[in-house]
Design a protein around this ligand. Structure first.
Ligand code: SF4
Length: 517
């Protein structure tokens, strides 16, 4: 009999037992302490669990450790949630906690025996891991300052709630061809990154009763789904949910399941053509998608909300903060919650750049709060290098990783801050442990992609490859290009310093333009 392909194996596993149904097995494994069946390990993803690599694990430690991704709807975490996640991280995750590019938070070193208690405690504070991973709709991303930013075009929070209510643990969508990513935002800076979502809705002003329409874009993505999303027209706020339902079920019913690398929505659109896809969306949703002039979008490097800003809430401010590569940890979460509480704030909203916004600071306390955050390494007025430096999970925990990322991201930002204290143009940097590109290296100014390189002795060791000039800006978006420079991790600081110095010496006024040329 012919050997099963990777895609056939995954499709069979999903068919034989729905990913959502693995929850009862998790409880049994936890109680009996039996070895987890490899096919159930795959299904564990439906509850946010991935096995982690053994890189930091003692050779004589046979324990199977997992990464646990906790879903933060709207990217939101209140004080109670921060403290509970911090406590869980301390008790079960060796103090690990990192914000992700989908506004989630993930812990490491999680063991199956502890999952019932972890799930119970997350549930008690209103958090969940359902659909945080697997072939399902992932966390719906949105702007961190929705509902509190004066210049936003529309408050999308009720729409995001409706879409979340439809998607959350929906058994009809629990066997999609692959992961599926939706974003909804009315941010005037377009911070969500609609160009790389499978399905996104971005508000544009209009002379109509709602004063706003939403640009519907489909089929964007990175890695195996690499491509800028196609704009298919505009809808009203109340038409967003019908469109979500239509696109989700079209993808479920017709997505290409024969090859994992061709299973994302973008590949179905490529096979059908955008016109046929749009016709099917209109037929299923019964929404007459409108035509209108496509708007200009903010370039990627300017899509941020750092600093102290007046909120729409009376006597409140919001503070956009940077935390390098999303690395916060158990202690960081606990300290953050204590500082927020001391100054009368209650909630953070994570961003798609692994940073966060403190949502509701009494205006009279905003400066003091920002100053105190600085004492724990969180900057409301970050250097251009710290502001937009992303990093993926990397070698410490990810099974696919070739190179370490989190420490490297911090080291790069620190080095560049010291070398260029007066540089004031925002730079976007992304450090990735392998070519899978989880931290978006193709859409930033300077991307590092983990791969094997040869050292001076000719020995193959972990290193990086350079990608330059990526940018998201609506129809003017472009992916960065590999520039045939491969290097050892210890040379990364010098190489990036060189790039910035050359840009300064060139006298140009746009780093991204300089890097593209
Ligand atoms: Fe892992 Fe590679 Fe993704 Fe980094 S880019 S998290 S190393 S799969």
């Amino acid at each position: 009999m012919a050997k099963e392909s990777a895609a056939q194996r995954v499709e069979r596993i999903k068919k034989e037992k729905n990913g959502l149904d693995v929850l009862k097995d998790i409880y049994v494994y936890a109680v009996l302490g039996e070895e987890v069946h490899p096919e159930d390990i795959d299904r564990f993803k439906w509850y946010g669990l991935y096995t982690q690599n053994r890189n930091l694990q003692a050779e004589d430690d046979p324990t199977l450790y997992f990464m646990l991704r906790i879903k933060l709807e709207h990217g939101s975490m209140n004080l109670e949630q921060m403290r509970e996640v911090s406590a869980l991280s301390k008790e079960y995750g060796r103090g690990t906690a990192d914000f992700t590019t989908r506004q989630d938070i993930q812990l490491h070193y999680i063991q199956v025996k502890d999952l019932p208690e972890i799930f119970r405690r997350l549930n008690e504070v209103g958090l969940s891991t359902i659909f945080a991973a697997g072939d399902v709709p992932r966390n719906v991303i949105t702007c961190a300052v929705s509902g509190i930013e004066h210049d936003e075009l529309y408050d999308v929070r009720p729409i995001v709630d409706k879409v979340n209510d439809y998607l959350r643990g929906n058994k009809n969508l629990s066997n999609l061809p692959r992961k599926y990513k939706i974003g909804i935002s009315a941010c005037h800076k377009h911070c969500m990154g609609h160009e790389i979502q499978d399905l996104s809705f971005t508000a544009v002003p209009c002379d109509c009763s709602d004063k706003v329409l939403f640009d519907v874009s489909v089929g964007g993505g990175l890695a195996s789904a690499m491509g800028i999303a196609h704009h298919i027209g505009f809808v009203t706020p109340s038409q967003i949910l019908p469109i979500v339902k239509a696109v989700s079920t079209i993808y479920r019913d017709h997505g290409l399941r024969e090859n994992r690398r061709k299973a994302r929505l973008s590949h179905l659109i490529k096979e059908w053509g955008i016109e046929k896809f749009k016709e099917e969306v209109i037929a299923r949703s019964k929404v007459a998608i409108k035509e209108q002039k496509i708007m200009e979008y903010t370039p990627y490097a300017k899509r941020e909300h750092f600093g102290i800003h007046d909120s729409k809430e009376k006597a409140k401010s919001y503070i956009g903060c940077a935390i390098n590569g999303g690395h916060i940890g158990s202690q960081g979460l606990e300290k953050l919650a204590n500082i927020l509480e001391k100054h009368g704030a209650t909630t953070i909203k994570t961003t798609t750049t692994q940073n966060f916004v403190v949502k509701d600071v009494p205006t009279k306390n905003a400066e003091d709060l920002a100053n105190e955050l600085k004492t724990i390494g969180i900057d409301a007025f970050p250097s251009p290098f710290k502001a937009r430096t992303l990093s993926c999970t990397g070698l410490n925990f990810c099974k696919f990783a070739i190179s370490e990322t989190k420490d490297k991201a911090i080291s790069l930002a620190t080095h560049l801050e010291k070398k260029f204290p007066n540089f004031n143009e925002t730079v976007s940097i992304s450090v990735n442990g392998c070519p899978n590109s989880c931290a978006h290296p193709h859409v930033v100014d300077i991307g590092l992609l983990g791969l094997k390189v040869k050292n001076k002795e000719g020995i193959t060791v972990p290193g990086f490859e350079l990608i330059l000039g990526g940018n998201l800006e609506g129809s003017k978006s472009n992916f960065g290009e590999k520039v045939k420079i491969k290097f050892l991790p210890e040379d990364a600081e010098g190489i990036l310093e060189n790039i910035i110095q050359k840009y300064i010496d060139s006298g140009e006024n746009s780093l991204n333009k300089f890097l593209k040329e």
